[in-house]
Design a protein around this ligand. Structure first.
Ligand SMILES: C[S@@+](CC[C@H](N)C(=O)[O-])C[C@H]1O[C@@H](n2cnc3c(N)ncnc32)[C@H](O)[C@@H]1O
Length: 258
């Protein structure tokens, strides 16, 4: 079984380059709803290369950015953004990590990797009464982008499969809001942000290498063959070579105690 630290092995630079950020509207919404100021301390759990930690650092006193992947932390820390403490660890060790005081927790596309009930119980002990748990990313199944069937067929040819955590929606059938509804953080508000983004074929190829199921480590020495096959399949599906257009949807779910 692959360790948490290895889930995204080799993927961090592709992640930072090819995953889109969430956009300033999302960050402003979170900062406003949490009333962040110079005294606020925010935990970004499963921070990756700092997709949320970096923009939120400008709005909070300190962001503690936690991830099991050293590569992701190095990629994030490389930007030298002040006000972020990068900490190696994961959701199963919240009590032991040197977090200090935290007011709120944000998780961008990372909650599905965790034992969700346990994390919420731990956060109930760690967060103050006003503390919020903020999930950013898809809460329910997002619509697939137009290039996904093409990428999926190539992944299938290479025997690459999405592997879900045993506590995840895929395994339990319970969406994030179902899990929150039965947790201490059952008072929820959510808002959906939509925008249209365009990706070149090269962006789509790079993006695949940022996913856990088609990371450079998962592909090993088949990486050049995979990227070549995907380039060919994308060109065949879109002979004019124009950028691919897709709707990018980000849900922000803010959960508090009643
Ligand atoms: C899809 S990335 C999301 C990164 C970033 N938060 C974002 O919004 O783009 C998921 C991240 O969760 C981390 N992760 C996986 N299992 C975790 C766990 N049990 N606890 C904390 N982080 C975890 C991975 O290392 C990875 O960096």
């Amino acid at each position: 079984m692959i360790s948490r630290a290895e889930l995204f092995a080799g993927a961090a630079t592709y992640y930072a380059r090819h995953r889109t950020d969430y956009g300033s509207e999302v960050v402003e919404h979170i900062a406003g709803e949490l009333a962040l100021d110079a005294a606020s301390r925010v935990l970004d759990l499963g921070c990756g290369p700092g997709t949320l930690a970096i923009p939120l650092a400008a709005r909070a006193g300190e962001v503690v950015a936690v991830d099991p992947s050293e590569e992701m932390l190095t990629e994030g820390a490389r930007h030298g953004v002040p006000g972020i403490r990068w900490v190696r660890g994961d959701s199963s060790m919240l009590d032991e990590l040197p977090l200090g005081r935290i007011d709120h927790v944000v998780m961008g596309r990372s909650f599905h990797w965790m034992d969700r009930e346990r994390v919420l119980d731990d956060l109930d002990r760690l967060l103050p009464a006003h503390g919020a748990v903020v999930l950013v990313g898809p809460v329910h199944d997002p619509e697939e982008p137009p290039w996904e069937p093409v990428a999926q067929a190539v992944r299938r040819d290479f025997g690459l499969e999405w592997r879900a955590n045993s506590e995840s929606y895929e395994q339990t059938g319970r969406h994030h809001d179902d899990v929150l509804r039965e947790s201490p953080f059952r008072r929820m508000e959510s808002r959906c942000f939509t925008r249209v983004i365009r990706r070149s074929a090269e962006d789509i190829v790079g993006l695949q290498l940022s996913f856990s199921y088609s990371s450079p480590a998962r592909l090993g020495d088949r990486l050049p063959a995979f990227t070549e096959a995907l380039r060919e399949a994308l060109a065949a599906a879109n002979p004019g070579g124009a950028d691919w257009e897709e709707e990018d949807v980000t849900d922000v779910l803010i959960a508090r105690r009643p």
